[in-house]
Write a new protein. Sequence first.
Length: 174
Amino acid sequence: MSRGVWVMPLLLLSALAAAEPISWFPELTPLPHSVEFSISPPAAVDYQLGLGALQKIGGRWRHKHEERVQGELARYTWQINEDYTATEGLAWLQQQLSAAQVLYQCEGRSCGSSAQWANRVFQQRVLYGHDERQQYVVLRLEKEETTYTLVLYAADRANRRHYVHLDVLRHDSD
């Protein structure tokens, strides 16, 4: 069988994976010019929600302000086509979540170290990029009598790869 016969089905599967709906938000879709990199199905967690820059405090990496939230967490990471930026991927998701309340946001160096966000917060090393080309947004949304906290992170890497990460946390109202 020729190589071309295998390439087309793989491209089609990649396009379908990019359009995969997000748990609890089937109407929310990633940027069409992205490919699913990683998905973690919902699991019970005790989540440390960062509501401030990530910095070294007392010898430990912590957020300037934090909130502990218990609930179910689903995680998504997408690689954005190199013709687009991580910022465009993040804006695409934020536009679909315009009804959500913004709890915190930062961009660039004001967020702290990209390496720490990638490795300590999201445990996804591919998110490590330029400190000046990162964005972080925390949103809260009530939907069908359930509270959702959505954490978005975008990073552009030096190798021209761009990633958007989404944590969706379903929990009881505070």
